[in-house]
Design a protein around this ligand. Structure first.
Ligand code: UGA
Length: 432
């Protein structure tokens, strides 16, 4: 079993650390945010996750997992380091490498003078070339070691919010990017208890696999949205059509659920970063750009559908159900709720919002939106309703709930309700 240091207690760092500790490794996590460290030490996951908190408490009790904001304490003497810090977007969409730089410096200082070949692995999503051009030189500079005195790997993550630990423990594949055999072998050994396929490649390829995966998923969702929109023009049931194509094993049914578009902290950000990096190298990725543009229009399309039913949105009171970018999370980053809110306000509507977990304040910008805590309070006396997140609570909406509305018009942006089972009098429209 290895002594492992994790840098960054974001969702990825925490899930990775808990997974490694669960499988027997000795794990020390370093995080600059003391409030996160306190939560984790107290056995509380700072993130809304299914089993992460429970499993965290188990490894804390077992004694082979700890968290600290003291870099020396967490980083000195480990055999393997995993850099799991965020790579948020800059204003132009390109990747902000600030946290990567800090993390690389911290690890560099911690491995100063080492003669036992520590292996440093980048798990953060970084554009191809970052590990070799930014992380490696920083490690060498801060540690005073030559490049062959430490190992370097890139090991992207594919976990989804809400199921972070499950996805970390049972990924479809473990991508091990290394330019030399020795560090790749060390990393493969660290993962030896994971049953998933281990796939080896060079560092830059591993970096790109992550972007290509998220770009594909975003494109697949967009394709489903496009087909659903085309089906609507033909008066066809797009669910049936998408079910039909999903039976082709080359396509499969996953990520084919149409709706208001994809959101979240990863898919849009990663697409913007790879588009920006690619353009800076002289290639304009037309398809990827179109996917992003389509995604913006899809959100506006939801509002168009409601406007069509009401003739005009000016002066209308609209309920917005769901602020989070998907169900089972309180995360609103790049949520499609935001473009929907902007469109509704631009067209003169007033908005009453509801979400079981996310808040309007989390958007971090002043929005003229009233948030209420009860679903019925949101529906009371409204001219129409948009469902933006497919929370379980919304799937259970019933006759009494709809009766609160002045006009029982629902535009379902997430395939949340079954239109055939709704009470008489409810006008139900869904995207596609
Ligand atoms: C995504 C990827 O699924 C993970 O593999 C990846 O590790 C992660 O980004 C990341 O890069 O960290 P996540 O952001 O948690 O995970 O969200 P998803 O479950 O992939 O959903 C993304 C968006 O697509 C949501 O807004 C969702 O509502 C939408 N979506 C998804 C659809 O509209 N239709 C679908 O069929 C599937």
């Amino acid at each position: 079993m290895a002594r492992i240091s994790i840098v960054g207690l974001g969702r990825v760092g925490l899930a990775t650390g808990v997974a490694f500790a669960k499988l027997g490794h000795e794990v020390a996590c370093y995080e600059v945010d003391a409030s996160k460290v306190d939560a984790v030490r107290g056995g509380r996951s700072p993130y809304r996750e299914k089993i992460l908190g429970e499993e965290l408490r188990k490894v804390l009790k077992k004694g082979n997992f700890r968290a600290t904001d003291n870099a020396g304490d967490a980083l000195v003497g480990s055999e393997c380091y995993f850099i799991c810090v965020g790579t948020p977007p800059l204003d132009d969409g390109s990747m902000d490498t600030r946290f990567m730089t800090d993390a690389s410096k911290g690890v560099g200082r911690a491995i100063k003078g080492r003669k036992d070949f520590p292996v440093i692995t980048v798990k953060s999503t970084v554009v191809p070339g970052t590990t070799e051009k930014l992380v490696a030189p920083m490690l060498a500079k801060e540690s005073g070691l030559s490049h062959d005195a430490f190992g370097l790997c890139m090991n992207p993550e594919f976990l989804r919010e809400g199921t972070a630990l499950e996805d970390t423990l049972k990924p479809d594949r473990i991508i091990i990017g290394s330019n030399e055999k020795r560090p790749g072998d060390v990393l493969e050994q660290v993962y030896s208890r994971f049953e998933s396929v281990k796939w080896r490649c060079d560092i830059k390829t591993a970096e790109m696999v992550k972007y290509a995966t998220n770009s594909f998923l975003a494109t697949k969702v967009t394709f489903a949205n496009e087909i659903a929109n085309v089906c609507a023009s033909f008066g066809l049931d797009s669910d049936k059509v998408l079910e039909g194509i999903g039976l082709d094993s080359r396509i499969n049914p996953k990520f084919l659920v149409p709706g208001a578009g994809f959101g979240g902290p990863c898919l849009p950000k990663d697409m913007k970063a790879i588009i920006s990096a690619s353009k800076s190298l002289g290639y304009k990725p037309l398809l990827l750009e179109a996917v992003l543009e389509f995604n913006e229009r899809q959100a506006a399309r939801v509002v168009d559908m409601l406007e069509r039913e009401l003739s005009s949105l000016d002066g209308k009171r609209i309920a917005l159900l769901g602020l989070a970018f998907k169900a089972e999370t309180d995360d609103v980053r790049d949520s499609r709720a935001l473009p929907i809110i902007h469109e509704l306000l631009r067209r003169g509507a007033t908005i009453v919002a509801h979400d079981p977990a996310a808040t309007i304040a989390a958007f971090g910008t002043d929005l003229a939106v009233k948030q209420v805590s009860g679903i019925r309070d949101a529906l009371e006396n409204v001219d129409g309703c948009i469902i933006q997140t497919s929370w379980r609570e919304y799937k259970e909406l019933d006759k009494e709930d709809f009766a609160m509305m002045k006009h029982q018009i629902i535009v379902d942006g997430r395939r949340t309700l079954d239109g055939k089972k709704l009470p008489k009098g409810v006008i139900y429209r869904r995207i596609g």
